[in-house]
Design a protein around this ligand. Structure first.
Ligand code: ADP
Ligand code: MG
Length: 326
């Protein structure tokens, strides 16, 4: 499979009164055509800022992509004009967020909101755009399309709204859909419907998906390839089966251990002790060392590099480095 997008050594920093926050710190990965890549990690690990960096939507001037390359086709998305980036956002790369309400206009009908980008980017006339909007509503599994098109956002449930967001996001036939915690705000049963909608949309168009989640249940269901982020860095990555069956990094193991099992009571659930370190407190040591069950002396001194631990499986952990023995 060909690479659709390649992120090389991407770093995105924020300047705050207290210092520099390295929200994303020198990460590299790629997404192939038709592939679903999940980015997983606890809150504050840099997942959303990775997405915003790709979309060219980092909050300036506090935040800035300070280094790297984002290769998409023959372009580097970090080098093109704002105008060109806007065109790519309308046509080739779409994004949906956790809260569909925050992306929809409360006083405009659903139908109109699906039609607008179709008229703007695909140059459809009103009648064509309306017909296409109805098709898209049905495509994301919602019946009574005409009635839905005439409704306002507050008249629909969260799960329906998220499916409408998917309809809008796929309406331009994007090559890449970025979904940032798309099901986090939804009930479990509704979550399943939304994930199914994503999967079907993907199958129909062979688009790639970059799915951000802190939920390993979602990862297990959706991912081809998994990237685990911790404190702005990639700490482990690999194919989904490999990663779930042979997780290497103690952080990934902790995340897997804390994955809820159906029927288990909440109080029986494991959680990794401690918290993601504040980005202002990061030192030369492994960022995970003080939460790690397997910490060895070198972990406190130097940060491990991401390296191959099995074919196509990378981890950044001293437990797998020969150098650590010395
Ligand atoms: N606008 C901002 N100003 C300062 N720091 C920010 C801003 N947005 C995000 N950050 C910091 O960047 C880090 C990564 O955030 P984010 O990518 O949103 O995490 P995630 O999506 O994994 O929960 C966090 O430490 C967060 O506090
Ligand atoms: Mg986030």
């Amino acid at each position: 499979m060909n690479s659709l997008i390649e992120i090389n050594n991407l770093s995105t920093y924020f300047e705050s009164g207290a210092g520099t926050v390295k929200a994303v710190d020198d990460i590299s990965f790629r997404i192939r055509e038709g592939e679903t890549v999940c980015i997983v990690g606890e809150s504050g690990c840099g997942k959303s800022i990775t997405a915003m960096s790709i979309m060219g939507l980092v909050d300036e001037p506090h935040g800035k992509v300070v280094g790297g390359q984002i290769r998409f086709g023959d372009k580097d998305l970090l080098k093109i004009s704002k105008e060109e980036m806007r065109r790519i956002r309308g046509n080739d790369i779409s994004i949906i967020f956790q809260e569909p309400m925050s992306s929809l206009n409360p006083v405009i009908t659903i139908g109109r909101q699906i039609m607008e980008p179709l008229m703007l980017h695909q140059k459809l006339n009103k009648k064509q755009a309306y017909a296409r909007a109805l098709e898209l509503i049905e495509l994301v599994g919602i019946s009574r399309a005409e009635q839905i098109a005439a409704s306002y956002p507050h008249q629909l449930s969260g799960g329906m709204l998220q499916r409408i967001m998917i309809a809008i996001a796929i309406s331009c036939g994007p090559k890449l859909l970025i979904a940032d915690e798309p099901t986090t705000a939804l009930d479990v049963t509704i979550q399943a419907q939304v994930l199914e909608t994503l999967r079907q949309s993907k199958e129909q168009s062979n688009m790639s998906i970059m799915l951000i989640t802190h939920d390993l249940g979602v990862v297990a269901e959706m991912a081809d390839y998994v990237i685990v982020m911790y404190a702005g860095k990639i700490v482990e990555e690999g194919d989904v089966e490999e990663l779930f069956e042979r997780p290497k990094h103690p952080y990934t193991r902790g995340l897997l251990k804390s994955k809820p099992i159906i029927g288990q009571r909440a109080e029986q659930l494991y959680s990794i002790p401690g918290q993601v370190p504040s980005p202002l407190e990061l030192t030369e040591s492994c960022y995970f060392h003080d939460r790690c069950e397997s910490c060895i002396p070198i972990c406190r001194i130097r940060q491990p590099k991401l390296s191959e631990v099995a074919a196509g499986h990378l981890a950044a952990c001293w437990l797998y480095e020969e150098e650590a023995e010395a």
